[in-house]
Design a protein around this ligand. Structure first.
Ligand code: HEM
Length: 302
C-alpha cells in the first residue's frame, strides 16, 4: 500500500512547465501514461541488450574524460578549453540552464496551492524555469532535429546512442502521444488510493500531502551512521573482498531511491560512476594542490 500511495508525483507548475505537461517519466503523476513510459524506458532504453551494445560508447566517453584531465595537468591555466575536450560556452550555458531548472523544480510556489495567483508569479519560479528551458532547448533542439533529419534521409541506419534509440522508439510507439487524459486519470487513481490511508508509522498524513525524502536526513542520520558528518568512505566497505554497492533499498541513504518510482537507470548509473572513478584513480596520481595540505570538501551550491 505504501508503495502505491507514495509513488505519484505532485502537480506543480514547475514540473508542468519543465515536462511540457507531464510528458517526462520522472515528473509524471502515476497512472496509465506513467506505467507505459516506464515500461518503454525499461525495455527499450535501459534493457540489458542496449546496455551491452553501448559498451564501446561508454569507453569512448571515458577516454574523453581521461584525455581532458591529462591536458589539464599539462596545461593547468587553460581553464578547460573546448579544444582540450573541456566544456565550451554552449555546454556551460546548457548545464547552467539545467541547474537553474533543478533549483526551482518542486520548490515551494504559492501558486501551486492558490492557482489564481499563477499570473503574478510571486516567487519568480515560472519566469526562471521558462527562461532556463529556452536556454537548454536552444542547444539541444537543433541537435535532436539534425539527428531526426539524418534518420529520415536514410543517412543513418545504426543506433549509436540513447538519442538514436529514443528517436526510433518515438517512431514506433508514439508513447508521448497516447490519447489519455493524463492528469485526470492520475488524480482519480491517487484520490482512490490516498483516501484509504491517513496514518503511517504513527504519523498522521493528511490526504493530498506531499511527502519528501530528505537526502541529508537519511544520509546523516546518527541512529544509522556512526559519526555521520565525518568523511569516511570506508564505512561502505564491509570486508576486504566486498563489492561496494551503490543501491540501498533500505534507504539508509538516498542513492537511487527505491520502490515503484525508484531509478530504472541503476545499472547504467552505477557502471558509469564506478568506471569513470576507477579510470581517474588508475590513470593519475592524485594529491592536494601544492599550496595546501587539506582539501575543502564542503558542498558547492550546484
Ligand atoms: C549515478 C546515477 C544516478 C542516480 C544517483 C540516480 C538517482 C535517481 C533517483 C534518486 C530517482 C528517484 C527520483 C524521485 O524520487 O522522483 C531516480 C529516478 C529516475 N532515474 Fe535515475 N539516477 C541515476 C542515473 C540514471 C540514468 C543513467 C538514467 C537513464 C538513462 C536514469 C533515469 C531515471 C528515471 C527515468 C527516473 C524516474 C523514474 C520514475 O519516476 O518512474 N537515472 N534516479
Amino acid at each position: 500500500m505504501q508503495g502505491t500511495v507514495f509513488d505519484s508525483r505532485p502537480e506543480a507548475i514547475s514540473a508542468q512547465i519543465t515536462s511540457d505537461g507531464y510528458l517526462t517519466l520522472a515528473l509524471s503523476p502515476s497512472g496509465d501514461q506513467w506505467t507505459k513510459m516506464r515500461m518503454v524506458m525499461r525495455s527499450g532504453v535501459l534493457s540489458n541488450a542496449v546496455f551491452q551494445r553501448l559498451h564501446e560508447k561508454r569507453l569512448e566517453e571515458a577516454d574523453h574524460l581521461v584525455r581532458y584531465v591529462y591536458k589539464q595537468c599539462k596545461n593547468p591555466d587553460s581553464n578547460g578549453r573546448m579544444a582540450d575536450g573541456g566544456a565550451g560556452v554552449e555546454e556551460r550555458e546548457h548545464v547552467d540552464g539545467l541547474f537553474a531548472i533543478l533549483s526551482c523544480l518542486y520548490g515551494f510556489a504559492i501558486a501551486d496551492f492558490l492557482p489564481w495567483l499563477v499570473v503574478l508569479d510571486l516567487d519568480g519560479h515560472k519566469k526562471k524555469i521558462t527562461n532556463a528551458i529556452k536556454n537548454v532547448r536552444r542547444y539541444q533542439d537543433p541537435e535532436i532535429k539534425k539527428r531526426i533529419g539524418m534518420w529520415e534521409k536514410g543517412l543513418k541506419s545504426e543506433e549509436d546512442d540513447i538519442l538514436d534509440l529514443l528517436i526510433n522508439l518515438k517512431k514506433s510507439v508514439e508513447w508521448a502521444l497516447a490519447e489519455i487524459d493524463i492528469l485526470a486519470k492520475a488524480s482519480e487513481e491517487l484520490d482512490r488510493v490516498v483516501a484509504k490511508i491517513q496514518w503511517l508509522c504513527g504519523y498522521f498524513i493528511p490526504k493530498g500531502s506531499q511527502v519528501l525524502l530528505s537526502r541529508p536526513g537519511l544520509g546523516r542520520n546518527p541512529r544509522v551512521w556512526d559519526e555521520p558528518l565525518r568523511f569516511r568512505p570506508k564505512r561502505h566497505v564491509h570486508d576486504e573482498d566486498s563489492v561496494v554497492v551503490l543501491t540501498d533499498p533500505e534507504l539508509h541513504m538516498l542513492s537511487f531511491s527505491t520502490g515503484r518510482r525508484g531509478c530504472p537507470g541503476v545499472v547504467l548509473g552505477s557502471t558509469l560512476s564506478t568506471m569513470l572513478l576507477a579510470r581517474l584513480i588508475q590513470c593519475f596520481a592524485w594529491r592536494p594542490p601544492l599550496s595546501t595540505n587539506t582539501i575543502d570538501l564542503a558542498e558547492s551550491e550546484k
